[in-house]
Design a protein around this ligand. Structure first.
Ligand code: UD1
Length: 425
């Protein structure tokens, strides 16, 4: 059997320019939201990613007609949806597929699937999604791993308080409420830029949504949602990853198609540890430069606008070679330190206790055979491979390909020595 791996060697500082693609975490719920529309929708800035391919497969399975007008532009027509059941294989491949449940329920008053899979980071329950659907009048039945959600008399708006500002639950409830009767208020809603992007897309389709980006979102249900054209926002996590990779190699990189206000905590931390960051907000450009040894810092991940959990692994990689001792506390997900064991194989000195990690900066990492245990852990290993002495081989790179489009091409253009090869296993 053949499998793809990444082979890397350090090659000095990253230099040049890199363009950020559309946000994976915006594209996925927005594609799901297309199920709500009875007319043609055109989406621009859709990133070329495995996860996007899976969501496209989900929509096709449900009966949407999808056509690629170019590599980043899709035409979607969901007027003829034929089933409300998402197959287990697709739900198992990607947990985010669960965001089709809200739109299906909203439009057809029923949605069926099996328990969701995806990145292996913690228990990742769906209780908040189901609590929201139930508050809108749906009944959910879980029989082993089968999930059936039905609203016999249609959905009716209600007040919903989320125990935790879950991104997926906020999106699912917002979409479910869009065609419900009356007003829905989500309290303690997630405030991520991807929530705002989804709300702006739904509003273009005719939804009445107020407050997206704050912790109270109000949705006034409408009779129907129509077609529109929308451009996905830039991927703040991809942008942050390239900024950190540039800093880690002591490089100088211009990042284009990036919205600085979406990654304030990452920029603040980079400046704190000694990198130079210059923003041109009008043109969505950030310059990053690091020409001296970076310092240590302490980080706590939090829901937006706090430090993103999706950048925790990459920042840890950077701190493994910075000066002094750093601490990271992961508060969003349990079990999101799987990169620690892999980074340690490369010479990093990291101790963990529960959701806390202490990183003692070392002078050098060395190449090793490591495994991408999840998407962002994989990105952290790629960053480590950029500076490690000797060869680094990264396996299970399908995780990385779920969230970084054209990674090898983009990094090579910045001067990195990285190639994808197929090996016999
Ligand atoms: C989304 C992002 C993911 C990011 C995460 C947090 C997508 C496709 N994925 O994931 O990249 O890391 O936000 O910023 O947008 N929780 C519950 N019950 C629920 C739902 C969630 O307890 O019903 C918990 C989770 O276990 C986790 C925390 O809430 O500990 C955050 O999860 P959530 O915000 O829902 O993340 P996702 O939407 O899955």
């Amino acid at each position: 059997m053949q499998k793809d791996i990444l082979v890397m060697n350090s090659n000095g500082p990253l230099k040049g320019e890199v363009k950020i693609d559309g946000a994976k975490n915006s594209a996925l719920p927005i594609l799901a939201a297309c199920v709500l529309g009875t007319e043609e929708i055109i989406l621009d800035g859709v990133p070329e990613l495995k996860d996007v391919e899976i969501m496209v497969e989900v929509l096709k399975h449900l009966g949407s007609k999808i056509e690629y007008l170019s590599k980043n532009t899709l035409r979607i027509d969901s007027s003829g949806i034929t089933t409300c059941e998402t197959p287990y294989e697709l739900m198992d491949k990607m947990r985010a597929s669960f965001v089709v449940m809200g739109p299906l329920l909203s439009r057809f008053s029923k949605a069926y699937t099996k328990a969701p899979g995806g990145c292996n980071i913690g228990a990742r329950p769906i209780d908040l999604h189901l609590k929201g659907f139930n508050a809108l009048g749906a009944e959910s039945k879980i029989d082993y791993d089968e999930i059936a959600i039905e609203a016999k008399d249609g959905l009716v708006g209600n007040e919903i308080y989320l125990d935790f500002p879950s991104v997926g639950a906020t999106q699912n409830i917002m979409m479910a409420a869009s065609l419900a009767k009356g007003e829905t208020v989500i309290e303690n809603a997630a405030k991520e830029p991807e929530i705002v992007d989804l709300a702006s897309f739904l509003s273009k389709m005719g939804a009445k949504i107020k407050g997206a980006g704050t912790s109270t979102i109000t949705i006034e249900g409408v009779e129907k949602l129509t077609g529109t054209r929308h451009t996905i926002i830039p991927d703040r996590i991809e942008a942050a990853t390239y900024m950190l990779a540039a800093a880690m190699t002591g490089g100088e990189v211009k990042i284009t198609n990036v919205i600085g206000s979406h990654i304030r905590p990452v920029i603040a931390k980079l400046i704190e540890i000694g990198a130079e960051v210059m923003e041109n907000e009008e043109e969505d450009i950030i310059f990053i430069k690091a020409d001296k040894k970076l310092k240590s810092t302490n980080i706590q991940t939090l829901p937006y606008p706090g430090f993103p959990t999706d950048v925790q692994a990459q920042f840890m990689a950077l701190l493994t070679v910075s000066d002094g001792e750093s601490r990271i506390q992961e508060t969003v997900f349990e079990n999101r330190f799987m990169h620690v064991a892999e980074l340690s194989k490369m010479g990093a000195v990291i101790a963990t206790s529960g959701n806390r990690a202490t990183i003692a900066g070392v002078n050098k990492l060395h190449g090793a055979d490591v495994r991408a245990t999840d998407l962002r852990a994989g990105a952290a290993l790629v960053m480590a491979g950029l500076v490690a002495e000797g060869e680094t081989k990264i396996s299970d790179i399908y995780h990385i390909e779920r969230g970084y489009s054209n990674l090898v091409e983009k990094l090579s253009k910045l001067g990195a020595k990285i190639k994808k090869i197929s090996v016999e296993v």
